[in-house]
Write a protein that binds this ligand. Structure first.
Ligand code: SAM
Length: 330
């Protein structure tokens, strides 16, 4: 295989691969899945772990050094802990992390830790039990919260708590969520809701990062934290004297595309160069028709050559993305 790395036409070096290992989820968040029937991939449509590991080995040779495992809900897929162990043994990966809704976290933290995962992101949009059930369709707030606490006790760091801000649903809790960053080393990350796929939230109403920031500034001065090379889109801050951090993911209000270093592999084996564009290259077909690693590498390069300079989910002209977040992985 050649020494070429994944550099797109706009000179961005893509070293970060997000891998969705399943389209299944044990929650039904109103902003993520359709109200009605949720389409499901058949078992054999989903990449096997062996197929994913092969693709990661190819990606690492092309410069991928950072991987996040996501879903659906990654912890619902059978065999996930062994898979994570295999992944963490691949030479050349500098960073391996996991995004979960936390429902299955508490009882599996030891297995996650021994699989080699040190950093986790947990999605939690409210601190109120009833509202959690209203947003997710399930009464699992307590177990998610216990999972977060246990992860902190076990030394996972950082624990990022992802909050999708939904105007009229959880915007009354912004201060309470931000407050969590004072006494605990949690990184609270406020994510702008992205109108994509079929969700019950449709096009909004939206609340954007500047408004979120203004509201939580009632708690104190937000001091910028310098981004490191791998931070990607997050705008990082810290309240003076706080143990944790605050982050904003301003997907709509502030395009961060010039810093985007990501590719996404979906559970069905599509390589997507941009979360907010439906363009993708199929890897599953070639994988299953005995193609060589060089041929798989060519497909990586092809996807990279289609990475748009900028996404076009602009506020004035929302172009709806058809792909569902639960099948792409966020
Ligand atoms: N099940 C895992 C979880 O809950 O973190 C991983 C998959 S989930 C699709 C990944 C992230 O995408 C979560 O933080 C979720 O809140 C976020 N997300 C889903 N739909 C979204 C949307 N329309 N806009 C912004 N974020 C969204």
């Amino acid at each position: 295989m050649s020494d070429l790395k994944l550099i797109d036409p706009y000179n961005r070096y893509l070293n970060y691969l997000r891998i969705s290992i399943t389209d299944r989820c044990n929650l039904k968040c109103i902003y993520c899945v359709p109200r009605d029937k949720i389409p499901r991939l058949a078992h054999d449509e989903i990449l096997t772990y062996e197929e994913i590991l092969r693709l990661v080995r190819v990606g690492v040779k092309l410069g991928i050094s950072k991987i996040r495992v996501t879903g659906g809900e990654p912890l619902v897929r059978k065999g996930v802990y062994d898979f994570l162990s295999e992944l963490s043994r691949i030479d050349g990966l500098a960073d391996l992390s996991l995004t979960t809704n936390g429902v299955a976290l508490k009882d599996n933290l030891k297995r996650i830790k021994s699989a080699g995962i040190k950093r986790i992101n947990v999605s939690l949009d409210t601190l109120k039990r009833e509202k959690f059930a209203q947003i997710t369709g399930r009464d699992h707030f307590d177990q998610v919260w216990q999972g977060i606490e246990r992860a902190r006790e076990m030394g996972f760091y950082p624990i990022k708590i992802n909050v999708v801000v939904l105007n009229g649903v959880n915007d009354d809790e912004l201060i309470d969520m931000a407050q969590l960053s004072f006494d605990q080393p949690f990184h609270i990350r406020f994510i702008e809701y992205m109108p994509m796929g079929e969700s019950q939230m449709g096009n909004g109403p939206l609340m954007l990062a500047p408004e979120i920031k203004k509201r939580i500034c009632a708690l104190g001065n937000l001091v910028p934290v310098r981004n490191s090379a791998n931070d990607g889109p997050a705008q990082r801050y810290q309240f003076e004297g706080a143990l944790g951090e605050i982050g904003f993911i301003p997907a709509l209000s502030h395009h961060f595309c010039d810093r985007c270093n990501r590719l996404r592999l979906t559970a069905r084996g599509q390589l997507r160069p941009c979360l907010l564009s439906d363009h993708h290259e199929d890897l599953r077909g070639p994988l299953r028709s005995s193609c060589s690693d060089d041929q798989l590498a060519e497909i990586f390069f092809k996807a990279v050559s289609h990475k748009p300079s900028d996404h076009n989910l602009a506020l004035q002209n929302p172009t709806r993305v058809c792909g569902q977040m639960h099948s792409i992985g966020g």
